[in-house]
Design a binder for this molecule. Structure first.
Ligand SMILES: [Ca+2]
Ligand SMILES: [Ca+2]
Length: 715
């Protein structure tokens, strides 16, 4: 035991309990500075090759830098829930971002509060439910925004002019100065939105890095050979899946005039140069990478400056010596590594979390630690620092001994990881795995594929050696370790939601068929037998081409309200289409969902179009010829099992896209005919009412063969 901690321990024994609870240095303040998606390889203390972070380096110089800190599930909400509870996601309930965190459960801020701490949270929260266990909280709703952000408390919403990273720090400092109960030690969680997508820099950083070329990662042009089969099916590539907003080819809606002027001055000339350059292929990928990484690093620059402001404040106000400062981020991120942005995979870049801790008097300055720690340990560590008992049901372990330079002999030798968010954004299959200091074994259990990486010989994880006989023994050992961990953490008994349907299992009976034979005043009966009956508004039933048709007068719609799971197109191959006799050049035939998740078959300027949105990634087909007005035409669209898209007119394919995608999560808006309800599921302003007649609407889970398509389209 070092002298300082000996004296502190002694002090807490000899002094009256009330004094010890209120002011003893053995109960340090805790300042947790936390960011969203800040990868270690964008911190110079971790050896970044692409930027400098002087304030984080200052923290590392004065504290301990952890080289092996890993998340349990590389995604925002779940990581935050693990930190709050000290439990894996299947226990705390937040297995993916679509879940609302149950704030009634035990969390470490509540325990600190009960233990005599005053507690506060500012900035990004992202757990959907209101924070609990805080004397003061003021958070960004949802993802929040960078410019002129709205913050909310339990009772009010307020828009703050300025930049989110600065304002989050302002609010934190304001609470330290004037908000907190100064008779108690504090916990302050200062949680930034930055550097999350869409990477909007502060006005002062808009031109930072303009005059340099940021080095590319070695794996920018990864072809995914040697990895799991689904690695190349993920929608998070810089090459294909960055949208105009990501690339700053559109403006930011929430800016004021002055901010917009600065923005346009910075991006305008650069965008003009880009448009005239007509880049393609690798050159285009390289341009996107530079645009992306510079904006990301600009966001990091503001974080770093604001960490400096916090540290300066502690210095100037006599708080530095008795405050543990901990910096981390909810997961890592791909900075062009493997050709990607985003996170989710168990590969190193997104599995790793930065963790830097400064604890004056206890942690030796400028030290590094290589033990395996996780976000699972943060809650336990905070409680331990505060001298509050750690509940038995928490699943991690306090790393206070590590901070004191003493690794317990029985410290963990492996970590458990589990990612659940599939179907969902970016199409990363569910997987779990184990990582030791040398190896990583991953099981993609929905498709029963495995990967093994030897991190010593293959640190970039380019070649799975799972099938290499030389590693047979390692596979056996790691599988046993995985089984042990799954039992220890009680994952083996957890019942998770079923995976989406296998796209290869097609169903070629219609799942919806409006042939208009069974219509009454308000309903269009589904004659497929699946009971997907539609409700009609301002739609007349009239004589059609062969049987009955729907007449749309420019305000009508047929929709299936509260659409059932049986109409969910997630990962389905599908055929959708109808006969139509348009009176106008624009109108929706069939639409489902929005530009997040959905599809739409429609006419625009007379051309038939089919749009698919997969996690906001657009895929579009436009027919080469206009449809004739006031004539019957058959129009259909298909997505096959390999996610190839096709558009059909009168039974013939007229446009194809081999590199498309399935709708990859449940659409939020209902299935509709004759207009698009709610948010648009195509490149138009909804509802884009159809005018004219529609007949014989069908939807199949599968692609009709040519003969069946011709038969449906037969005149
Ligand atoms: Ca995140
Ligand atoms: Ca819609």
């Amino acid at each position: 035991m070092r002298m300082t901690s000996y004296l502190l321990a002694l002090a807490s024994i000899v002094l009256p309990a009330s004094w010890a609870a209120a002011a003893s240095p053995s109960r340090p303040n805790i300042l947790f500075i936390f960011t969203d998606d800040h990868a270690r390889h964008a911190i110079s203390a971790y050896g970044s090759k692409i930027n400098q972070t002087p304030q984080l380096d200052r923290l590392a110089r004065e504290g301990m830098l952890f080289r092996n800190c890993f998340c349990t599930n590389s995604i925002c909400g779940p990581s935050r829930a693990v930190i709050q509870t000290g439990k894996h996601n299947h226990i705390n309930g937040m297995i993916h971002n679509g879940v609302r965190f149950d704030g009634a459960q035990q969390t470490f801020p509540k325990l600190l509060q009960k233990g005599g701490y005053t507690t506060a949270l500012v900035g990004k929260w992202h757990l959907q439910s209101d924070p609990t266990g805080f004397d003061y909280w003021e958070i960004l709703p949802g993802q929040g925004r960078y410019y002129n952000p709205i913050f909310e408390t339990a009772t009010r919403k307020k828009t703050y002019p300025g930049y989110a990273t600065d304002i989050t720090t302002d609010l934190a400092l304001e609470w330290l100065s004037n908000g907190r109960d100064k008779d108690k030690p504090f916990l302050l969680m200062c949680q930034h939105k930055a550097p999350h997508r869409a990477w909007d820099p502060a006005p002062r950083h808009l031109s930072l890095y303009d005059d340099v070329t940021i080095p590319e990662p070695d794996t920018l042009f990864d072809d995914y050979a040697g990895r799991v089969s689904v690695a190349k099916r993920t929608t998070m590539t810089i090459a294909k899946h960055m949208n105009k907003r990501d690339l700053k080819l559109t403006r930011v809606a929430e800016q004021n005039d002055e901010q917009r002027k600065l923005w346009d001055a910075a991006y305008g000339p650069k965008n003009e140069a880009f448009r005239t350059a007509n880049l393609t292929g690798d050159a285009l990928v390289r341009w996107k990478y530079q645009r992306y990484i510079k904006d990301y690093l600009r966001c990091v620059a503001a974080v770093d400056e604001n960490i400096g402001r916090m540290l300066d404040y502690l210095d100037k106000n006599g708080l530095a010596d008795n405050t543990v400062v901990m910096y981390s981020s909810d997961q890592g991120f791909y900075l062009g590594d493997h050709g990607w942005f985003d996170k989710r995979w168990m590969y190193e870049e997104s599995l790793s979390m930065p963790l830097i801790v400064r604890w004056p008097g206890a942690t030796r300055p400028g030290t590094t630690n290589t033990d395996l720690v996780q976000n699972l340990d943060f809650a336990e560590t905070f409680l331990d620092l505060a001298g509050v008992p750690i509940p038995d049901d928490m699943q991690g372990r306090s790393f206070v001994p590590l901070l004191k330079g003493e690794t317990p002999p029985d410290w963990r030798r492996s970590i458990y990881y589990h990612y659940y968010e599939f179907p969902g954004w970016h199409d990363v299959r569910r997987h779990y795995g184990v990582r030791t200091d040398r190896h990583k074994l991953i099981h993609y259990y929905d498709i029963n594929e495995w990967e093994l990486f030897d991190l010593k010989s293959d640190p970039d994880e380019m070649h799975s050696v799972y099938d290499d006989p030389a590693y047979a023994e390692t596979v056996k050992e790691l599988k046993a370790e995985l089984t042990r961990l799954r039992k220890q953490y009680k994952v083996d008994t957890f019942k998770e939601p079923p995976p989406p349907p296998d796209p290869r299992k097609v169903q070629l009976e219609p799942v919806l068929h409006f042939d208009m034979t069974g219509a009454d005043e308000t309903t269009i009966r589904d004659t497929s037998g699946k009971n997907h009956h539609g409700q009609r508004e301002h739609v007349a039933i009239v004589d059609g081409r062969r049987g009955k048709a729907l007449r749309f007068d420019g305000r009508g719609v047929v929709q299936i309200p509260h659409f059932p799971a049986s109409l969910d197109p997630t990962y389905r191959p599908l055929t959708v289409g109808a006969w139509c006799k348009p009176d106008a050049a624009d109108g929706v035939l069939v639409a489902h969902g929005s530009t997040m998740f959905g599809y739409s078959l429609y006419l625009k300027n007379g051309y038939p179009c089919f749009d698919v949105f997969a996690g906001a990634n657009p895929f579009q087909l436009v027919g080469p010829e206009k449809l004739p007005l006031e004539q019957w035409t058959h129009v259909a669209a298909t997505i096959d099992a390999d996610a190839r898209l096709a558009l059909w007119v009168n039974g013939q394919p007229v446009a194809r896209l081999d590199d498309g995608f399935h709708v990859n999560d449940r659409p939020s808006d209902p299935f509709s005919v004759g207009a698009d309800v709610g948010q648009p599921a195509g490149e138009y302003a909804a509802p884009l009412h159809f005018r004219g007649l529609i007949e014989d609407v069908r939807l199949y889970w599968g692609v009709l063969d040519d003969a069946a398509m011709r038969q449906w389209a037969a005149p």
